[in-house]
Design a protein around this ligand. Structure first.
Ligand SMILES: Cc1cc2nc3c(=O)[nH]c(=O)nc-3n(C[C@H](O)[C@H](O)[C@H](O)COP(=O)(O)OP(=O)(O)OC[C@H]3O[C@@H](n4cnc5c(N)ncnc54)[C@H](O)[C@@H]3O)c2cc1C
Length: 339
């Protein structure tokens, strides 16, 4: 491990992922968390973004308590190798003690490369972050299939790298009047070994991580065809259907639609779980949900421990009834429905 003079490194740098000139929501979530940690450390928060068309990024981050915002304008499409060089250059210059990166497809490829480049530690998919008495970042994440929570510290090298999946942290509250210093650079670091010929959007529509309303199917659903009933409910509510891993393993739902430790972390306004027991691995991906309505026929199901609206009963009776009421009710205001 490269010996680092730890005292030379300070502050928190957040990698702000941008797609099609838009800040990925995880950027604001990480800035929110970084500003909380920075207060404890008495340190500053910085952000860095790379890509083309970054003109609008400062206004999208308005209200964020940032000291500096680094914008690296490049025509290169995202490839981990080129972006590693760009972000490593920024880290080299700034020397932040902590670097936070979204646990997205992009971030998951970028973070390990940066950690190797700086010969420092990385903890992937943290669910919580704290500061210890020495000022180290305590990186907390589920381990051993979610049965224990591991607290990991990178005590002897800097920066301390951590990724956090979208939807796990609260987004920053826009109350800062501070205008960050904007540092803008043009970069051209094309790596001859790679050429992006075309970028194709993944099929399957909007991701479940960006939904405000989710209906979640669990093993309590008996047949694949019965998912249509839950899909209808999700569409009537203007949301999307997601599932526990049980149905992904059966091949009824896709891995992109799975919530949990080995799936997606989500934080919708409303979630209706149907026949989901509430295992630790499932709950690791949905604890930030604002309103949980859980339908389960077992009164001792663990999901009821975190549900705001527990509904004990057979989903095959309750869901058709809900659909019927939604269809007959004027308007589609979900909050007005009496369960
Ligand atoms: C390393 C690891 C990672 C994992 N990652 C994930 C993950 O990311 N996401 C995930 O979901 N799981 C994950 N799992 C699997 C997890 O342990 C469980 O197997 C899974 O969450 C169970 O899904 P479930 O709640 O749908 O099914 P079950 O636990 O079988 O629960 C089904 C529930 O349906 C209820 N039910 C049955 N019939 C009805 C009915 N007619 N009406 C109402 N209720 C009914 C039952 O009472 C029961 O509570 C992981 C496991 C491991 C080891």
């Amino acid at each position: 491990m490269r010996k680092s003079n730890i005292g030379e490194w300070s502050g928190i740098l957040v990698y702000v992922e941008c797609r099609k000139e838009k800040v990925h929501p995880v950027g604001r979530e990480l800035i929110g968390e970084a500003s909380r940690l920075a207060e404890e450390l008495g340190a500053a928060v910085y952000a860095v973004a790379a890509g083309s068309g970054l003109d609008d990024i400062p206004s999208q981050l308005a209200g964020c308590p940032l000291e500096k915002l680094y914008l690296y304008e490049t025509e290169d499409e995202y490839t981990p190798i080129v972006y590693e060089k760009i972000i490593a250059g920024c880290i080299e210059k700034l020397k932040p003690s902590i670097v936070l990166i979204g646990g997205t497809y992009e971030g998951r490829a970028l973070a390990p490369r940066l950690a190797v480049a700086f010969e420092s530690g990385l903890t992937a998919d943290c669910t919580s972050l704290e500061i210890d008495t020495e000022g180290n970042l305590i990186q907390i994440r589920p381990a051993f299939g979610g049965n224990v929570m591991a607290s990991i510290v990178t005590a002897h090298s800097r920066p301390q790298f951590a990724t956090v999946r979208p939807g796990v942290m609260e987004p920053v509250f826009e109350d800062s009047l501070r205008e960050p210093v904007i540092v803008r650079e043009l970069v051209n670091l094309t790596d001859e070994r790679f050429k992006v010929l075309e970028v194709k959007e993944a099929e399957g529509g909007d991701s479940i991580t960006e939904q405000n309303i989710l209906v979640v199917a669990g093993r309590g659903v008996r047949k694949k065809e019965d998912l249509e009933m839950l899909r209808e409910l999700s569409e009537l509510l203007g949301g999307k259907l997601a599932s526990s891993r049980a149905l992904v393993e059966k091949g009824w739902m896709s891995p992109q639609e799975q919530i949990g430790l080995s799936g997606n972390a989500v934080s919708p306004q409303y979630m209706i779980t149907c026949g989901v027991s509430g295992t630790v691995q499932f709950m690791a991906g949905m604890k930030q949900t604002k309103n949980i309505i859980a339908i389960n026929e077992d009164p001792t199901a663990r999901i009821f421990e975190i549900a705001h609206y527990p509904v004990c009963g057979d989903l095959y009776e309750i869901v058709p009834e809900l659909i019927e009421r939604l269809k007959t009710q004027k308007g589609d205001d979900f909050t007005g429905i009496q369960i």
